[in-house]
Design a binder for this molecule. Structure first.
Ligand code: ASP
Length: 349
C-alpha cells in the first residue's frame, strides 16, 4: 500500500504532462505565392518559393500555443511547375508520417494554381484518416494585407481539430474549407480564390474554431484505391480542350504519341464536334481510353446523353473537372484498362 502511495505523485505528474502535450503538426512546404517575395509591398508580382517554411511559421507566433509545429521543405516551386514526381514525394511522405505516428495532422503549403489537383491526387492515395489540409495565398508575404499567415493559421487549426478526421484531404482558404474532390480555383487574382461550384464549402474556420456543415458522399480515404510508392509509374493522360470549330489535330498528335488516356474538356454535357468525334473514334481504335468531361464549371457529364458512349467506346467523368478526371484516369489505369471498371471509379470516387 505504502509503495502505491509513493508512486501516485509520479502518475499524477505523468497524466499532467500528457494533458499538456500539444497536437503535432508537420507542415510540408512546396512553394507558391505563400512563400513568395515581391519587390515592394504595393505590388502583387513576386518570385514563388523564396521564403522557407520556418520563416512562414515565424509569421504566426501564436500558433505555438495550439500546436507543436515542424516544417519540411518538400519542394520550392510555383504550382504551375507542379509535377507528378512531387505528388508522389508528398504522398509517400504523408503515408509514412502517419504510419510512424510522427504527427496528428499535416498541412501542405502550395501555390494556388494547381492546388486543387494536388489535393485530389492526395485524396485518392493517402491511407490515413488523420487530417491533411492544403493551403496557400494569393498575395506574397511581402504584400500589404498578405493572406498567407491567416490561411496557414486556419489550416493548422483545422489539422488539429478532431472533427477533421475521416474527411479526406481538405483545402483551407479565406476561412472556407473545401473538399479536395470538389474544390476549384475560381478567381485568378482575388483572395477569395476558391470555391466548390457543385457543393459549396464543407466548413468554415473562424477565430481558431472549426465548424463542419457537410460531408462528401464520395469519401475515399482511408480506402485508397491505389498504393503509391516512389517507383509507381503513372500512365500518360492528356487533356484536349474543345471550342467552337476546333480542329482535331491535337487528338491525332496524342494518338501518334501513344498516350494511355485522353480527357476531352468538352462543351456542355461533354459534347464535341464532328472533327473531334472522328478523331475520338481513331483514338479508341488505337486502344486509348477517352474520357468525356466538361469545360463548364458545374453540373456533370452524363453517360449516353447526346453521345452514345457504348457505341463510341468512351467513358464519362461524371462531375469531375477535366484536370481532376485526368488524375483519376491516371491512377485508375495503374489498376485496370477495363472501361467498365474505369467508369465505375468515376461513379465511386
Ligand atoms: N502561380 C502561383 C502558384 O500557383 C500562384 C499562387 O500561389 O497563388 O504557385
Amino acid at each position: 500500500m505504502k509503495k502505491i502511495l509513493s508512486v501516485l505523485p509520479l502518475i499524477a505528474l505523468a497524466v499532467f504532462v500528457h494533458a499538456q502535450k500539444l497536437p503535432r503538426v508537420i507542415i510540408l512546404a512546396t512553394g507558391g505565392t505563400i512563400a513568395g517575395a515581391g519587390a515592394s509591398s504595393d505590388r502583387a508580382g513576386y518570385t514563388a518559393g523564396k521564403i522557407p517554411i520556418d520563416q512562414l511559421v515565424g509569421s504566426i507566433p501564436t500558433v505555438k500555443k495550439i500546436a507543436e509545429i515542424t516544417g519540411e521543405q518538400v519542394a520550392s516551386v510555383g504550382s504551375q511547375d507542379m509535377t507528378v514526381d512531387i505528388w508522389k514525394k508528398l504522398a509517400v511522405r504523408i503515408n509514412e508520417i502517419f504510419k510512424n505516428n510522427e504527427a496528428d495532422g499535416i498541412v501542405v503549403t502550395h501555390g494556388t494554381d494547381t492546388q486543387e489537383e494536388t489535393a485530389y491526387f492526395l485524396d485518392l492515395v493517402v491511407t490515413s484518416e488523420k487530417p491533411v489540409v492544403l493551403t496557400g495565398s494569393m498575395r506574397p508575404a511581402t504584400a500589404i494585407s498578405a493572406d498567407g499567415p491567416k490561411n496557414l493559421y486556419d489550416a493548422i487549426t483545422i489539422a488539429i481539430d478532431p472533427k477533421s478526421k475521416g474527411r479526406g484531404v481538405l483545402v483551407s482558404f479565406n476561412e472556407g474549407i473545401y473538399d479536395a474532390r470538389e474544390v476549384m480555383k475560381m478567381s485568378s487574382t482575388k483572395t477569395n480564390a476558391f470555391g466548390s461550384p457543385n457543393t459549396g464549402a464543407v466548413d468554415q474556420a473562424y477565430d481558431g474554431t472549426v465548424e463542419y456543415y457537410s460531408k462528401s458522399e464520395r469519401q475515399v480515404n482511408p480506402k485508397s484505391p491505389v498504393v503509391i510508392t516512389a517507383d509507381t509509374k503513372l500512365p500518360r493522360v492528356d487533356i484536349v480542350y474543345m471550342y467552337a470549330d476546333a480542329p482535331a489535330d491535337e487528338i491525332d498528335l496524342l494518338i501518334g504519341k501513344k498516350v494511355d488516356g485522353i480527357v476531352i474538356a468538352g462543351v456542355g454535357n461533354g459534347n464535341f464536334n464532328k472533327a473531334y468525334m472522328d478523331a475520338v473514334k481513331r483514338a479508341v481504335a488505337a486502344g486509348i481510353i477517352v474520357c468525356r468531361s466538361s469545360r463548364t464549371p458545374s453540373g456533370r457529364v452524363v453517360l449516353h446523353d447526346e453521345i452514345n458512349d457504348d457505341e463510341l467506346g468512351t467513358i464519362v467523368s461524371d462531375d469531375l473537372t477535366p484536370q481532376k478526371a485526368r488524375i483519376l484516369l491516371m491512377l485508375g489505369l495503374t489498376k485496370t484498362k477495363d472501361k467498365k471498371q474505369l467508369q465505375n471509379f468515376f461513379f465511386k470516387y
